[in-house]
Design a protein around this ligand. Structure first.
Ligand code: BV8
Length: 255
């Protein structure tokens, strides 16, 4: 079932589910930030993966093979994300959380920090945070002294390197083939299983285990609603699909 904008019966049904919901989970992907000016991944023309090779740029192997290329690619994305603002969709979610404390959990695949910048509290960032770095290797380079690499001493290279042992700093994001932060994933699974309504906004639903959260919500008995201007892999798990963008649909839905 796909809906036109706010006047459709589907839209009214989702509004009714929202009013009655004890707990709402919102699962967001790159489309959530598209109207803030951040490119998505899989858009055929503008998507990052249409222009770059994820195996080269979003895997640990890719980073070890070409650390400077990967570091600079993330530095460019970080600079773009630092300059953009949350859109009306981010603010609508944050305002709903403020009006209904504890009733909505944000689960995001995005690393841009825009939910947090809009005022959403406790957003579960499944794939990390592009504005943070961590050491590539857990290193106790002076074993006998147990000293570890000290970020503040990192040489200003691209990527920064520990002067004592050569360990590299890397973006603190989850690359393909890497585990998601266990506590964050567990909290997201709990939210998916406990919610009575899940809004799935701006994701192609291609990346797991994040996309699996929509299946978990459905299996646990929640109503699942997809908000996306185009078809997605999660349309089939939705009770209702609202064909619209995040910044246009969410303010009308969550008001
Ligand atoms: C792991 C890094 C295992 C940060 C990213 C089954 C189970 C488990 C794993 C797998 C599995 N099957 C395959 C896997 C492996 C893999 C995977 O899912 N591969 C896919 C491609 C098949 N998963 C993994 O590797 C994960 N790790 O499973 O580890 C493990 C277990 C034990 C021990 C060791 C290892 C890790 C996945 C995380 C990868 N990192 N990003 C960064 O650089 O950003 S993924 C990347 O894709 C982003 O995080 C992004 O958010 C995410 C998902 O993409 P979307 O957000 O959906 O973006 P996309 O462009 O695809 O779609 C945008 C949508 O928005 C579109 O539908 C569009 O129509 C819509 N849209 C556009 N404009 C708007 C809009 N919607 C609303 N409004 C608009 N205005």
């Amino acid at each position: 079932m796909t809906a036109s904008p706010d006047s459709s019966p589907d839209f009214a049904q989702v509004r009714a589910w929202l009013q009655a919901a004890q707990h709402v989970a919102v699962l967001t992907g790159a489309g959530m930030s598209a109207e803030s000016g951040i490119p998505t991944f899989r858009d055929a023309q503008t998507g990052l993966w249409a222009r770059f090779n994820p195996a080269e740029l979003a895997t640990e192997e890719g980073f070890r093979a070409q650390p400077e290329l990967v570091w600079n690619w993330y530095a460019e994305r970080r600079a773009t994300m630092a300059q953009v603002e949350p859109n009306a969709g981010h603010y609508a979610i944050a305002a709903y959380q403020q009006r209904h404390p504890g009733r909505l959990t944000v689960i995001t695949q995005n690393v841009d920090g825009l939910h947090q910048k809009a005022g959403s509290t406790d957003a579960l960032a499944l794939h990390g945070n592009i504005f943070q770095d961590r050491w590539l290797d857990l290193c106790f380079h002076a074993r006998h002294s147990g000293r570890v690499c000290a970020p503040d001493r990192a040489q200003a290279d691209s990527p920064p390197r520990c002067p004592d042992c050569g360990n590299l700093l890397r973006p603190d994001v989850v690359w393909f083939g890497e585990m998601l932060p266990p506590a964050t994933l567990h909290a997201a699974e709990q939210a998916a299983q406990r919610c009575t309504l899940m809004l799935v906004v701006g994701t192609s639903g291609e990346v797991y285990p994040a996309a699996g959260l929509a299946h978990q919500a459905r299996q646990a008995g929640a109503k699942v609603v997809v908000v996306n201007p185009h078809d997605s892999d999660l349309d089939g798990v939705a009770h209702i699909v609202l064909r619209g963008t995040a910044a246009q649909t969410l303010p009308a839905l969550l008001c």
